[in-house]
Ligand binder design. Structure first.
Ligand code: HSE
Length: 428
């Protein structure tokens, strides 16, 4: 058997502990599958004494991540510290420059510096792998770069923040408002230290920007992701959407169009009969559409010790076997600068509004929609006791510009109570 592959792990939180557990408990199986032993030689974290429930006494200890990257007895640095700049970035750069391969779970780092780091890895003939950064245990990077490499990818969609999916599905099942479930998610430890990373759509937006770079051969462009969080999704909308046959999800969509690259991470309606509409709790789902394969649906745990460590080990095993792929599936200097699409592909829209219940109010709204180029597909006015009529409209396909124009005109219509809600219905 060949020489062992020696791992240095930076960060011994939930995922780091998971990696240690797998390497220790599956040592024989890993060695047989890789054709060489997989060994941890050094670890690095803030506290050496913290109780972690694992035995790390055989491993060298470093307090300084960059020192870990310089060790002669480390072949692969596993970066599990997190953060888009600072120590994580310094560690990854030092590791690559010192001839180490790098495996990371750090989506923020790659969303902001992915292209430069991929180029650095290639200049040093090293691997930079990040399966654990996107959708936890789902091997979606492998699916895109390997299994689906023969396809021109048409669209990538996904529910890639488990916390948001937990909040939205719990709101519906318990009939609770957003604020209550948000608080509950905090108590259960589901929220990131900065909760806006979750509920503001940023974490999921990071992941989408990475998938879109691989899918379309473009430079990672997180800044062009249209981001909208779930904070404004109401229990009323969840119930009314269901009444029309839809579920509301924080859905990421990336597609290349004639107008440029579309990247959105926004609350959307999806048909309740599609696997995306049926996704419950903290689970993730990625849907990939390729010209040859059609639609593929991948579902699994998006976070947690076992699933994320499983993804890290997938990358480690590739390196152990000598499988070296460019970080984003093709050489960094061939990744294109894609213009961001300003107007998104047409879609049906869900419009909820409250109208003054007086003659001609509904006609006025219908006229505004018609004048804005938006056609009505379905319309429901719900029973009400006061002079305020709740109205729900599902439109035929319309551009985001036409919807924006209609919303602007609604505001001056004189028949609307409060602001309308407009949510895109993603056709899946
Ligand atoms: N906070 C993320 C989620 C997991 O809820 O899915 C890490 O990306």
């Amino acid at each position: 058997m060949s020489s062992p592959l020696r791992l240095g792990i930076a960060g011994l939180g939930t995922v780091g502990v998971g990696v240690v557990r797998i390497v220790q408990s599956h040592a024989t199986m890993l060695a047989l599958r890789a054709g060489r032993p997989i060994r941890i030689t050094a670890v690095c974290a803030n506290s050496r004494k913290k109780k972690r429930g694992i035995d790390i006494s055989d491993y060298a200890w470093e307090y300084d991540p960059v020192a870990l990257a310089r060790r002669d007895d480390v072949d692969v640095v596993i970066e599990l510290m997190g953060g888009e700049n600072g120590a994580a970035k310094a560690l990854v750069e030092a590791a690559l420059k010192n001839g180490k391969d790098v495996v990371t779970a750090n989506k923020a780092l790659l969303a902001h510096h992915g292209h430069a780091l991929a180029a650095l890895a290639e200049n040093h003939q090293r691997s930079l792998r990040f399966e654990a950064a996107v959708a936890g245990g789902i091997p979606v990077i492998k699916a895109l770069t390997e299994g689906l490499a023969g396809n021109r990818i048409q669209r990538v969609m996904g529910v890639m923040n488990g916390t948001c999916n937990y909040i939205l599905t719990r709101m519906e099942s318990a009939g609770l408002p957003y604020d209550t479930v948000f608080e509950e998610a905090g108590k259960l430890g589901f929220l990131e230290a900065d909760p806006n990373l979750d509920v503001g759509g940023i974490d999921a937006g990071h992941k989408l920007s990475l998938l879109s770079a691989i899918a379309f051969g473009t430079k990672v462009d997180f800044d062009s992701v249209v981001l909208q969080g779930i904070g404004a999704v109401s229990i009323d909308d969840i119930k009314l959407a269901r009444d029309m046959g839809y579920a509301i999800k924080l859905l990421g969509v990336a597609q290349m169009t004639g107008r440029g690259l579309e990247q959105r991470m926004t609350p959307c309606l999806v048909p309740e009969t599609h696997p995306l509409g049926q996704l419950q709790g903290g689970t993730n789902m990625v849907v990939i559409e390729g010209d040859a394969v059609g639609q593929i649906v991948l579902r699994g745990a998006g976070a947690g010790e076992g699933p994320t460590a499983s993804a890290v080990l997938g990358d480690v095993m590739d390196i152990a076997r000598g499988l070296r792929l460019p970080t984003f599936g093709q050489p960094a200097d061939t990744l294109a600068e894609a213009p961001a699409a300003v107007v998104s592909t047409g879609a049906p829209w869900y419009l909820r509004m409250v109208l003054l219940d007086k003659p001609g109010a509904l006609a006025k709204i219908a006229t505004i929609l018609g004048d804005s180029g938006v056609s009505i597909d379905r319309l429901r006015q719900y029973q009400h006791e006061d002079a305020h009529a709740p109205v729900l409209i599902v439109t035929h396909k319309a551009s985001s510009d036409d919807i924006a124009l209609a919303l602007e005109r609604f505001a001056d219509s004189g028949v609307m109570v409060g602001a309308p809600v407009a949510l895109r219905i993603e056709e899946v």
